[in-house]
Design a protein around this ligand. Structure first.
Ligand SMILES: Nc1ncnc2c1ncn2[C@@H]1O[C@H](COP(=O)(O)OP(=O)(O)OP(=O)(O)O)[C@@H](O)[C@H]1O
Ligand SMILES: [Mg+2]
Length: 316
């Protein structure tokens, strides 16, 4: 296996006074494989942006180390910067330049030149649906469009690693779909993508590898599939009968469901059990009533996330 693109060891970042420190990042260790789409997930204030800022040399670690493609972010920040593209939550595009010049300047800064860069800019502007505002100054555009310009810049350069903090904010569903497809293509071509998001369906669709953090600490780590297994084998079963079987309650009770809701001819069950047991229940019910419609779904990443990051409110 090749060496990881990013290695984070015992990372710590503290804000606030010595008397009331806030541990924004609290002893975090992880690595990111080359060519993967890595998702850093967590609720508001979990430490995602702070971690990303440190990995991209925009903030210094308070403790621990981060290596990007073998370069230490503190000892060799310029080597790191040369190899990465970053879209961070709060940063804006170059407000005084128009949209096209934002893309061109960024590409030239990274060594691009000549007609290929101009052609690429036109193509990227079409992909991001910002070609109509190509000649407008960024400062005159809405927040959502500015955001698109920021993300569009990443497709102007060929650096090996891209960092995206909440990339989809300000994008409508259709644009988001196409940007996700573009990101997947970039990863397939060997680029490493590190992103943060609060939109779990986005992570579920996009990420090969996920790290969930809360209060600056690791909560869970793995593929979407592995994380789902971590919260147990939760299944949602929805069955519509011709007529609800009389034996329903008795049969279902034998399987210890977490939740049962009956509405007209439809019953919704939540079971924490292995798949064969779920199928066994369905076939038992099928022997007592005619099933018109059946749907079985596993836990969503949202279930995982809520379960893992839910904590009683701690007054600060
Ligand atoms: N410059 C700063 N000064 C003081 N505290 C900060 C600073 N930056 C971040 N924090 C604190 O560090 C913690 C983590 O913040 P961070 O922005 O990394 O969270 P996040 O996971 O990106 O949240 P969000 O989902 O809201 O973007 C929060 O408690 C935040 O208030
Ligand atoms: Mg953030």
């Amino acid at each position: 296996m090749s060496t990881p693109a990013i290695v984070v060891k015992n990372l710590v970042k503290t804000f606030g006074s010595r008397h009331r420190p806030i541990r924004a990042v609290d002893d975090l260790s992880f690595s990111v494989q080359r060519g993967s789409i890595f998702g850093l997930l967590g609720p508001n204030g979990a430490g995602k942006t702070t971690t990303l800022r440190i990995m991209t040399t925009l903030a210094r670690p308070g403790g621990g180390t981060v290596e990007v493609l073998g370069y230490d972010v503190v000892k060799a920040p310029l080597e790191v910067r040369r190899r990465i593209g970053v879209v961070i939550q709060e940063q804006a595009a170059d407000l005084l330049l128009n949209v096209r010049d934002n893309l061109l300047t960024f590409a030239r800064f990274h060594g691009g030149a000549g007609p290929p860069v101009r052609n690429r800019a036109e193509r990227v502007m079409t992909q991001f649906r910002i070609e109509d505002v190509a000649d407008r100054k960024v400062q005159d555009l809405s927040g959502g469009i500015r955001r698109r310009v920021q993300v569009a810049k990443m497709f102007m350069i060929d650096v090996p690693i891209i960092f995206l903090d909440e990339f989809s904010s300000g994008m409508d569903a259709i644009l988001k779909r196409s940007v996700m497809a573009m990101l997947r293509a970039e990863a397939a071509a060997g680029r490493t993508i590190v992103l943060t998001t609060q939109i779990l369906s986005e992570a579920e669709e996009l990420c090969d590898d996920i790290l969930i953090i809360n209060n600056g600490r690791r909560v869970a780590r793995g593929s979407v599939q592995a994380l789902k297994e971590l919260v147990g084998r939760l299944h949602e079963v929805t069955i519509t009968f011709d007529r609800i079987p009389q034996e329903l309650a008795t049969i279902v009770a034998g399987y210890g469901p977490e939740r049962v809701v009956v509405q007209h001819n439809t019953v919704q069950l939540q079971l924490r059990d292995e798949e064969p047991r779920v199928l066994e229940l369905v076939s038992a019910l099928g022997r007592h009533g005619r099933i018109q419609r059946l749907e079985i779904t596993g836990a969503s990443l949202e279930d995982v996330f809520v379960q893992l990051t839910q904590q009683p409110e701690v007054p600060r």
